[in-house]
Each structure stands twice: as structure tokens, then as C-alpha cells.
Design a protein around this ligand. Structure first.
Ligand code: ASP
Length: 427
């Protein structure tokens, strides 16, 4: 007998907006609750409340998020790399696009790290104690680090959650699938479906986010006092500032210098798509609007746009990498952990790879942040801190992400002499 798998009803838009609002509300309630407890209740009561209720709720949520990371990265990267299979067909375009994506992402994180080192948004308060004693690990020698990306045993990498090794293995696997070709169609479909399943799990887990945000924020504030709020506001302002620089200045310069076109014309026509990204917090959901703008307004030929835009929505996340860079350093500063140069280079490398592995759906970047933290030996509870303001950051970073995809399309089209200049200039 054939078992029918029931098709779930499509999630209603209303529900998504509801979740965002619930997280914001939970954040406010958590802050108020934390302040009231910190000011008016005895410390012993606060500690007990933390131990018996708030910490477990928060930790369950964080564990549930981490549960998804390893399989999600594995399946999404295998699927992604296998679909770059067209790289041979698309030849130069493919290589140029991917090189552009990687370089701009690494550049964005470097920028983010420079500013965060300079402005120190997380410094200035009594260093927080981590639940488990996690100090920054000894800075590894950079060559050893590169060598260690190749796993001795991929299964060991999966079990221990060594992300760089998993990413390396997944890409290799995807390339092999591509080289074999048609016969592996079934596997590609299987991985694509598994990817969908894990994205669904993330959506389900995210329903717990309001409770977790309440618990984690209240717990941090009631124990640490309100100092930490001041730092969180600094983080929020800094990260939004950097995302705006990325969206308008870095991309604008790329358009002018690499694409040799007028950036103002670009933004005059492109801003509605930025709003779609802002509103949906999802690069994937923005693909249709983005493609339409590139092909019908900016003069990118559809052969190039239909490659660069979906690929970009999957692997090119400059905004996300900025958030991950700033958040990692911010968390280190809040916990009073010094990060050396080599650890900061690890952040650049890991966040570049993590942003490639980040799915173009709401909140995916924060899931991958836990991986960056783990890679440099920072406490992953730190992710809870930035999670509380992440709904807002997600909107800005998604806008920056999708703008980067469109700019890449224009630059690559121009370099191929295929940009329809008349259409581009027409307002
Ligand atoms: N929401 C982002 C996007 O779709 C991904 C992220 O959470 O960073 O581009």
C-alpha cells in the first residue's frame, strides 16, 4: 500500500509577521522582567529562577538550532555545488560570479572587523562569565588551519561538527556528483529534498524563539545588570550602520569602478527590490522581484541574470557575513575574551564560508553564527544576546544581501559586454 505523505497547507504570511512581532514583544518583556528582577528581587532568587527555568528554556532552544546546523550545511552545500554543475557550461561567467561573491564577502567582513575593533561595542562592562569555562583557544598557525580543512574522516567531521571540514567535504561531493552527471540526478533531488526538510525544521524551531528570547534576555539582564543593554544597543547601531555602508557605498563603488556604470541610476530603479528584501527578510523570496529588476530594468541579459540571482540568493550573503563578523567580535568583547590576529582571520574565513552555507530564509544567518562562534572557541550562548535584536538586523542584512546579487549581475554582464546600456540608463 502506498503511504500518502500529506501536503501541509502553505504557511500564511500573517503567521510570519506574527512571529517577528512576538519576538520583539518577548524581547521587551524580557528586558523589563530582567530589570525588575535585578533591581527589586534578592540575588539568590534570581539565581534560582535562572537555574531552574530561564537557562533551561534558552538552552533547549539553542540546542535545537545547533541540531540543525550540521545536516543543513551538508545538504544545502551538496545541493548548491551540484547545481553549480553548470559551471562548465557557463564557463567564465560562473567563475567570475563566484570569485566576485567570495571576494566581496571577504572584503565586507574585513570591513566589519575593522570597525568593530575600532569602536569596541561590547567592551566597557564587567566581563560576563560563560556557563562552561570557554576561553579563547590558542591561536592556531594559519597553515595548520588550512591543512586541517581537509578531513581525515568525513564522518568524524560530521560527528564532531567541524564545519570547515564539512563544507570542504560537501563541496567535493557536489563536484563529484556534477562530474558524473545525469546518473546522479536522483541523489541531487534527494539532497534538495533533505535540504527542504531541514529548512522546515528551522521554521518549526523558530516558533520557540519568543520564549527563548524572553528567557535568555531576562536571564542575562537580571544577573548582569543593565550594562549589557547599553552594549546591545551599540551593537545594533554599529551593525546597521555597516549594513547601510555595504548596501550603498561598497556596492555603489563596485558599480562605478568594476561595472563602470552610474550607481545613482541603479538605486533609483532598484530601491523597490531592496524593500522586498527588507520586508520578507528572505533572499529566496526576493528572487522573482530581483530577477525582474535586473532583466527588465537594469539591462542584464536573462542568460546571466537567471544564473547569478538564484546562485547569489543561495551563496552570496555579504550582509550576513558582516553581521557574523561584528557579532563574533562583539560577543568576544562582552565575555572579555581577547581575540588575536589569527583568530580574527579565522572569523573572516569561517564567516565567508558560513555565509555561503546560510540559506536565503529569515534568521538563517543567526543559526550559522553559532558555527562561527564554535570555530573560534567563543561561547555559543553569546548568540542569544544578538538573537534578541536579530529580527531587525535580518531585514537590513537581507536588503544588503540581495543588492550584492544584483550588483554582481550588472558587473558580470558588463564585463562580458552584454549589459544593455540603453536600458540601464533609461529612468
Ligand atoms: N535572511 C537572510 C537572507 O535571506 C539570511 C540571514 O538570515 O542572514 O538573505
Amino acid at each position: 500500500m502506498k503511504t500518502e505523505i500529506p501536503t501541509p497547507k502553505p504557511t500564511k504570511k500573517r503567521k510570519k509577521i506574527g512571529l517577528a512581532n512576538r519576538i520583539l514583544l518577548a524581547m521587551l518583556l524580557g528586558v523589563v522582567f530582567g530589570i525588575v528582577c535585578n533591581l527589586f528581587l534578592p540575588e539568590s532568587f534570581n539565581l534560582a529562577l535562572n537555574k531552574w527555568l530561564l537557562n533551561p528554556i534558552g538552552t533547549i532552544f539553542l540546542r535545537a538550532i545547533r541540531m540543525v546546523v550540521v545536516p543543513l550545511v551538508l545538504f544545502s552545500l551538496i545541493g548548491g555545488t551540484a547545481s553549480i554543475g553548470d559551471i562548465r557550461k557557463l564557463g567564465r561567467v560562473g567563475i567570475k560570479t563566484i570569485a566576485y561573491f567570495m571576494l566581496t564577502t571577504a572584503f565586507s567582513i574585513t570591513l566589519a572587523l575593522l570597525f568593530t575593533n575600532l569602536l569596541q561595542p561590547g567592551a566597557g562592562a564587567t566581563p560576563m562569565e560563560t556557563a562552561q569555562e570557554i576561553a579563547a583557544s590558542e591561536a592556531p598557525f594559519i597553515m595548520d588551519m588550512l591543512v586541517a580543512i581537509v578531513p581525515n574522516n568525513p564522518f568524524e567531521a560530521l560527528v564532531t561538527g567541524d564545519m570547515l571540514q564539512i563544507i570542504f567535504f560537501a563541496m567535493f561531493f557536489g563536484i563529484a556528483i556534477t562530474l558524473i552527471g545525469q546518473r546522479t540526478r536522483g541523489i541531487v533531488e534527494l539532497f534538495e529534498q533533505l535540504n527542504e526538510v531541514f529548512l522546515k525544521i528551522i521554521m518549526l524551531v523558530m516558533n520557540l524563539a519568543p520564549y527563548a528570547v524572553f528567557a535568555l534576555l531576562a536571564s542575562v539582564i537580571m544577573v548582569q545588570g543593565i550594562d549589557v543593554l547599553r552594549q546591545l544597543t551599540k551593537y545594533l547601531v554599529l551593525v546597521i550602520f555597516l549594513l547601510l555602508i555595504e548596501a550603498f557605498i561598497v556596492n555603489g563603488v563596485a558599480l562605478a569602478v568594476l561595472g563602470k556604470v552610474n550607481p545613482i541610476t541603479f538605486y533609483k530603479k532598484y530601491w523597490p527590490v531592496m524593500l522586498v528584501g527588507f520586508g520578507t527578510s528572505s533572499s529566496n523570496a526576493t528572487i522573482p522581484a530581483n530577477l525582474d529588476a535586473c532583466v527588465n530594468k537594469l539591462g542584464v541579459p536573462s542568460s546571466i541574470g537567471s544564473f547569478t540571482i538564484p546562485l547569489g540568493a543561495t551563496i552570496n550573503m555579504n550582509g550576513t557575513s558582516i553581521m557574523q563578523g561584528v557579532a563574533a567580535l562583539f560577543i568576544a568583547q562582552v565575555y572579555g575574551i581577547e581575540l588575536g590576529l589569527s583568530q580574527q582571520l579565522t572569523i573572516i574565513l569561517t564567516a565567508t564560508l558560513a555565509s555561503i552555507g546560510t540559506a536565503g530564509v529569515p534568521s538563517a544567518g543567526i543559526v550559522m553564527l553559532t558555527m562561527v562562534l564554535q570555530q573560534v572557541g567563543l561561547p555559543i550562548e553569546g548568540a542569544a544576546l544578538v538573537l534578541s535584536v536579530d529580527r531587525i538586523v535580518d531585514m537590513f542584512r537581507t536588503s544588503a544581501n540581495i543588492t550584492g546579487d544584483a550588483v554582481a549581475s550588472v558587473v558580470v554582464a558588463k564585463s562580458e559586454n552584454e549589459l544593455n546600456q540603453d536600458m540601464y540608463n533609461q529612468i
